[in-house]
Design a protein around this ligand. Structure first.
Ligand code: NDP
Length: 250
């Protein structure tokens, strides 16, 4: 399935590695002009050399919790926002985590994602709309031992997705929650190292590649996905896989 996003601009938060980097690559390969954020210039250099010379992808240094910095980045306006930056930590049982660590998780996964979405929407509305993809998780909908902050933050973000759709779906804002599956990234390495719940017991070789979620997210940016707007989508849903051109899984 060839997807053409030529003429579109996209912003990917936390685009220097993992699912974010794969999304940067897939969007740029589809012809979008991509901007991605990373927390330091070394991370941008590493990502840029992984992407190669040909792709139109520009890295900018900014922590997603830096409200003024993110405001400056989004000022130019984007057609597509991938709200990808996220953290799993603190991993620990609910009475064993510090409130500061817990609050930082919510700050990154929920409050910053909400903030960047609002900034993007302000610029999208006068242009007639745009697409926002909020990275969701099975943990948004089911409690996981040791992940109370992550579960609460992602559950909150799933509701933000619904609120955006409720308020702005009829004004051209195409918003999706997207569950990428259990994907082989640094986040899963941290989870394996913790040993705390069933996900930590999964073998690395059984995890999914970053390429399938990246493809699915690019597909969500096209009008072919209009029937899915406002939904929380799971890459493991076979009907969804068929629609976006991914092979069936067992
Ligand atoms: P990684 O840990 O591999 O990458 C996370 C990215 O987010 C990195 O680029 C990281 O930057 C960035 N980031 C973290 N905190 C901040 C911050 N404060 N400001 C800016 N950037 C930040 O995670 P994944 O690629 O696995 O996850 C990407 C998204 O997908 C997350 O939202 C995650 O919750 C979600 N997800 C992942 C799943 C999986 O199985 N991997 C499953 C379900 C959802 P840095 O390099 O500086 O740390």
């Amino acid at each position: 399935m060839t997807i053409d996003l030529a003429g579109s601009t996209a912003l990917v938060t936390g685009g220097n590695r993992g699912i974010g980097l794969a999304a940067v690559r897939a969007l740029a390969e589809a012809g979008a002009a991509v901007t991605f954020t990373a927390r330091n210039s070394q991370a941008i250099e590493t990502a840029r050399s992984a992407l190669g010379e040909q792709l139109d992808a520009r890295g900018v240094v900014c922590d997603v919790t830096d409200q003024a910095g993110m405001t400056r980045i989004v000022e130019e306006g984007f057609d597509i926002l991938i709200n990808n930056a996220g953290v799993i930590s603190p991993i620990g049982r609910i009475c064993e985590t510090s409130i500061d660590d817990w609050a930082h998780n919510i700050q990154v996964n929920l409050i910053s994602a909400y903030h960047v979405a609002t900034l993007a929407i302000d610029k999208m509305l006068p242009r007639g709309g745009g697409t926002i993809i909020n990275l969701s998780s099975g943990a948004a909908h089911a409690p996981m031992e040791g992940w109370s902050a992550y579960c609460a933050g992602k559950a909150g973000l799933a509701m933000v997705t619904r609120c955006i759709h409720e308020e702005l779906g009829d004004r051209g804002i195409r918003v999706f929650g997207f569950k990428p599956g259990v994907v082989d990234t640094g986040m899963q390495a941290s989870i394996r190292a913790s040993g705390i719940n069933v996900v930590s017991k999964l073998r690395r070789e059984d995890l999914a590649s970053v390429d399938e979620p990246a493809h699915a997210m690019v597909w969500l940016c096209t009008s072919a996905a209009d029937g899915r707007v406002g939904q929380e989508l799971d890459i493991r849903d076979q009907a969804f896989r068929r629609e976006c051109g991914l092979p069936a899984t067992g």
